[in-house]
Design a protein. Structure first.
Length: 163
């Protein structure tokens, strides 16, 4: 298993993984309409290209010829010294095998290499992944409600970890 830095040409792989992963991750939390709206808006190729161009680094986990998950992070996001973990997802059938932890450790290592001292993320208040983040040393630092348009919101915790 290896972690690679994704190129712009590999963004369709990220999109395809999101479409496979999100229904399992958010199917019990969001309406099918909001889920579809978010996928269409956040994971269309022009949106992913914009995220890429605005400083997000995308990572892919690859085993042989199969891609099992992805992450995206941004060094010095919003403030100097802090890295934001924008996304981290693994295929449902691979969860519990340490792939998410591997991706997280890679992001932490890259953040440290850039002199960042904190890693932060947003997680839906009802997403069971917050337990994973807590087990990895993250703590809730605030609550955030983000209007994403079309009458939808993201009701999140912001979690942070000192590196």
């Amino acid at each position: 298993m290896e972690i690679i830095t994704a190129t712009k040409e590999q963004l369709p792989i990220i999109r395809d993984l999101a479409y496979k992963i999100w229904p399992d991750t958010y199917g019990q939390i969001l309406s099918s309409e909001q889920l579809e709206y978010m996928l269409l808006n956040f994971y269309n190729i022009p949106s992913l290209e914009e995220q890429f161009d605005n400083g997000q680094v995308f990572l892919l986990v690859k085993e042989e010829e199969n891609f099992l998950g992805f992450a995206a992070y941004q060094i010095n996001c919003k403030t100097e010294g802090k890295t934001k973990l924008h996304k981290i997802y693994v295929l449902p059938e691979t969860q519990g095998k340490g792939i998410g932890k591997l991706l997280l450790q890679e992001v932490e290592n890259r953040a440290r290499l850039h002199g960042n001292t904190h890693l932060f993320l947003n997680v839906n208040k009802y997403n069971k992944a917050q337990e994973f983040y807590k087990s990895q040393g993250f703590v809730v630092v605030l609550e955030e409600v983000i209007d994403i348009g079309h009458g939808y919101i993201m009701d999140d915790y912001v979690m942070e970890k000192e590196l």
